[in-house]
Design a protein. Structure first.
Length: 357
């Protein structure tokens, strides 16, 4: 069974001439379809059969297309996550298209129309609707990932601190507040060197080591809390980079050692926590890149009924492929269970999405 065979189109029009043209076009293209003449009958069919797309003539006898769509939105069966796309038909385009698009219509097609135009418009509207669904799912996945990472960081017993490229603190978790004796607002914006017993001298040692390796594990040093008391800690420090590979700062995970070195078990735990933090790099690298062409072009190009150029149509399919790629990546992100790292750039690690799912 083809993808078209699985899609059901509801065509609502009291004009038998255009209904017959639509019936022939849908049948020849392999779509399942239902025809009806009134808005009330259409609402019943939508409730009972839940079609994949509705094409409605704006000037029906019992209600106009806008009213039909509004009644559908207010019906108990309406579900935001499973919204049905609507296409409005109008004689010679004599409707306010911007208003209908603003209400949520997926497209507006003028009469008279060629059968080929109708099918292309249906395909474009289905693809555009799918992209919107994927976009909602994408941002929901990102939100869940963000909440997960924030929960991991805040519940960690190890202090986590990030700095920018100039050494100013940009973030710390609750464990860092407890270790240093400062509130969050008192730490953010300060130079990280202010918290080392040896001040800038210690920071220079760390910066030199990061310049060579981009990652330090088991670094032993002394920091001082708000009262000036020295605290021996072991630190795991790594360079943070954005999606283009540019340095944006450093991530430090600190644990008290009470004068002794951190055990192998504790060190492995810190490494796993660092791997989870590197998920942010993976998100930027793997998802934001394909998102830009999708959000910037898909919704506009797919709804522009004046576009007939084959090359433009080919580019639309490229955008669709990017959308499918986003879906695959976000699904894998949602299935992460055991973080595994891989090298992103020389000396910089990122989360292996495939290996972690």
């Amino acid at each position: 069974m083809t993808e078209r065979d699985q899609k059901t189109i509801l065509y609502v029009d009291s004009d038998t001439y255009y209904s017959k043209r639509a019936e022939a076009a849908l049948k020849n293209s392999g779509y399942r379809f239902t025809l009806c003449e009134s808005g009330y009958e259409a609402l019943r069919i939508i409730t009972d059969r839940k079609p994949d797309l509705v094409i409605v003539d704006y000037d029906l006898a019992d209600m106009n297309g806008e009213e039909l769509y509004s009644r559908y939105l207010l019906s108990p069966e309406f579900n935001l996550e499973n919204r049905i796309p609507f296409i409005s038909l109008s004689t010679n385009g004599n409707i306010d298209k911007s208003r209908l698009y603003g209400l949520g219509f997926s497209g507006c097609l003028s009469k008279p129309f060629r059968q080929k135009d109708l099918i292309e418009f249906i395909e474009d509207s289905l693809v555009s609707h799918q992209l919107k669904v994927e976009e909602v799912q994408f941002w929901e996945t990102i939100r869940r990932s963000k909440d997960f990472l924030e929960g991991v960081i805040e519940s960690s017993i190890d202090a986590i601190i990030t700095t920018d490229t100039k050494g100013f603190v940009t973030y710390c978790n609750r464990a860092a507040e407890d270790m240093l004796g400062y509130y969050f607002d008192e730490i953010i914006g300060k130079r990280i060197s202010d918290f080392f017993q040896d001040g800038s001298t210690e920071l220079l040692k760390i910066s030199s080591a990061l310049h060579k390796e981009s990652k330090i594990q088991g670094y032993i040093c002394s920091i001082k809390d708000k009262s000036g008391i020295g605290i021996h800690v072991t630190m795991s420090i790594s360079v943070m980079r954005d999606a283009s590979g540019q340095k944006v700062g450093a991530l430090s995970i600190c644990k008290k050692v009470d004068g002794t070195l951190e055990t192998g078990h504790d060190q492995n735990r810190s490494e796993r926590l660092a791997a989870i933090m590197e998920t942010a790099v993976a998100v930027n690298h793997a998802i934001n890149n394909p998102l830009v062409p999708i959000l910037g072009n898909a919704q506009y190009l797919l709804q522009n009924e004046t576009i007939q150029d084959d090359d433009v149509r080919r580019r639309l399919r490229v955008i669709v492929n990017n959308a499918l790629r986003i879906r695959e990546i976000t699904q894998k992100l949602a299935r992460i269970s055991n973080p595994v790292n891989k090298e992103y750039l020389k000396g910089t690690m990122m989360l292996d999405i495939d290996g972690s799912s």
